[in-house]
Design a protein around this ligand. Structure first.
Ligand code: 0O2
Length: 228
């Protein structure tokens, strides 16, 4: 019953409500609750790691964590874009970014410290890893993307839910946030020039990230960091 094809009006909330649609709506709401629970599970794991690291190393590898659930319309648009049937099953089994967590780290090496510690947990199953730091996108976008499956425990039993975790430095996030705000048309004549300028900024930021890490590592090695 989770493979009934749903229309745009179901996701925009203007569907006339008959018995079957109400049932689908209730199931959709259930699924969104499951994704919210999965976000809570992963967020707690990240917060625990951050607290432990602070206690042992006197600094935090995580600066901040943001989470979001994809809106119904953006779920609908993605299913259409990817040519998947617009059903509740597709949301659960074809999409991996309905639940998203963004982890912002101070330094480059913090990204891999956090990712490795999360993936090592025995109730976390890594489904996909895309390292856009080792291989940045053509426009200069850098970030580590993980898709993990995490169990949530409901009154009816256990469910395995997918969560996309994007991990990047403060500097990478600065670039990605501004690039996201510049809604440039991808089909205009001078798009290559725009992309070249964005890539140049991303490269400068990347060099700064590397330099800041080098400074920290050097001071750490020389025991010149304040322990307060
Ligand atoms: P939102 O609102 O951030 O969720 P897939 O996710 O696998 O279906 P794709 O394109 O292969 O599709 O995934 P990818 O590239 O691994 O990650 C997509 C997400 O990464 C985007 O989500 C953005 O959050 C981020 N991202 C990827 N490329 C860029 C980029 O060039 N600039 C910026 N600012 N962010 C980027 P959504 O779905 O676009 O939106």
């Amino acid at each position: 019953m989770n493979n009934i094809v749903l229309g745009e009006d179901f996701f925009s909330g203007v569907a006339s409500e008959n018995g079957e649609l109400i049932q689908q709506k209730n199931k959709f709401e259930d699924i969104m609750v499951w994704y919210r629970c999965a976000i809570r599970e992963v967020r707690t794991k990240l917060e625990v790691l951050n607290d432990e690291y602070q206690n042992n190393h006197d600094r935090n590898p995580i600066d901040n964590i943001k989470a979001r659930i994809k809106t119904p319309m953006s779920i609908y648009e993605k299913l259409i874009r990817r040519n998947f049937p617009v059903t509740l099953d597709s949301i659960l089994f074809k999409m991996h970014d309905v639940a998203g967590i963004r982890v912002i780290c101070p330094f480059l090496d913090d990204i891999y410290t956090v990712a490795d510690a999360l993936i090592a947990q025995d109730d976390i199953h890594l489904i996909q890893l895309k390292d856009y730091i080792k291989e940045p996108k053509p426009n200069g976008y850098r970030s580590l993307h993980l898709v993990v499956e995490v169990p949530i425990f409901l009154s009816t039993g256990k469910k395995l839910m997918k969560v996309e975790v994007q991990i990047r430095t403060i500097a990478m996030n600065f670039w990605a946030s501004l690039e996201h705000q510049i809604h440039y048309k991808k089909d205009q004549e001078d798009v290559e020039d725009v992309v070249a300028q964005l890539t140049e900024c991303a490269n400068i930021i990347s060099q700064t990230d590397a330099k800041m890490q080098e400074i920290r590592l050097q001071l750490e090695a020389e025991g010149k960091l304040r322990m307060d």
